[in-house]
Design a protein around this ligand. Structure first.
Ligand SMILES: C[S@@+](CC[C@H](N)C(=O)[O-])C[C@H]1O[C@@H](n2cnc3c(N)ncnc32)[C@H](O)[C@@H]1O
Length: 220
């Protein structure tokens, strides 16, 4: 069962909404090696991408979670907007990072309550692979492109990654649940239809992860 506004598997969503789950997600990044490694790589790629985009006026980070990337993103803009479906995550984030040059709100990334091109850059990390259907994953992308005036930096789980190819074998042999993936060419097509050009995409890791970090810039 899923929530219509935040259609992540209900148990996962309940976890992010709970104090225990939100705090555990935050502390995982300080303790678990694979989390530390992926955090380091994501930060390195984000810095590389922002070196090309330059400093901007506004960034929307959605979903922001507990604000893992808040400090880094804040260094690249005048105002950082932090948004998430979980009230608990938004509260935790606000307590840790304060109000100076930052705004916070609770909303779904599938229906972002902002006008077209309301912010310069939209960053959306680690949500796509939680969305249960292809339609929802595509809707999420279209919302990011709608709201961004200059650029979108987004992660998705690549259908052609080694991790997904191996998972597909297990799906066939053992009936394991398939990953929530997107084809890279489909992401580029959705970007192009929204007026964006694909500038870069890099895998988080070639082995052991199927996540891709893509950067798209508005053409006009
Ligand atoms: C894996 S965490 C990623 C958080 C942050 N982007 C990061 O990389 O640390 C996923 C987040 O998505 C939020 N979420 C789930 N469904 C959402 C939706 N439809 N709209 C906005 N946020 C959502 C959860 O509350 C959770 O904070």
């Amino acid at each position: 069962m899923t929530n219509v506004h935040a259609p992540m598997q209900a148990s996962k969503l309940d976890n992010y909404n709970s104090q225990r789950g939100a705090t555990a997600y935050k502390s995982d990044y300080g303790k678990k090696l694979h989390r530390k490694l992926s955090d380091k790589r994501e930060r390195a790629l984000l810095c590389r991408y922002f070196a090309e985009i330059g400093r901007v006026d506004t960034i929307l980070d959605m979903p922001c979670g507990h604000g893992r990337l808040s400090g880094l993103l804040h260094g690249h803009c005048r105002k950082l907007i932090e948004a998430d479906w979980s009230f608990t995550m938004v509260d935790l984030n606000r307590k840790d990072h304060g109000e100076q040059d930052r705004a916070y709100f609770r909303a779904s990334a599938l229906e972002i309550p902002l006008q077209d091109r309301a912010v310069d850059v939209v960053v959306s990390f680690r949500l796509s692979h939680h969305l249960e259907t292809q339609d929802l994953r595509e809707q999420h992308l279209r919302e990011l492109f709608r709201v961004a005036g200059k650029a979108v930096i987004v992660t998705w789980f690549s259908a052609t990654s080694l991790k997904n190819v191996l998972r597909q074998v297990r799906v066939r042999l053992t009936g394991k649940k398939p990953k929530n993936v997107l084809r890279n060419d489909r992401v580029r097509a959705i970007a192009a239809a929204a007026g964006f050009q694909h500038l870069r995409s890099k895998p988080l890791f070639l082995i052991g992860s199927g996540h891709v970090l893509g950067m798209f810039v508005r053409r006009d």
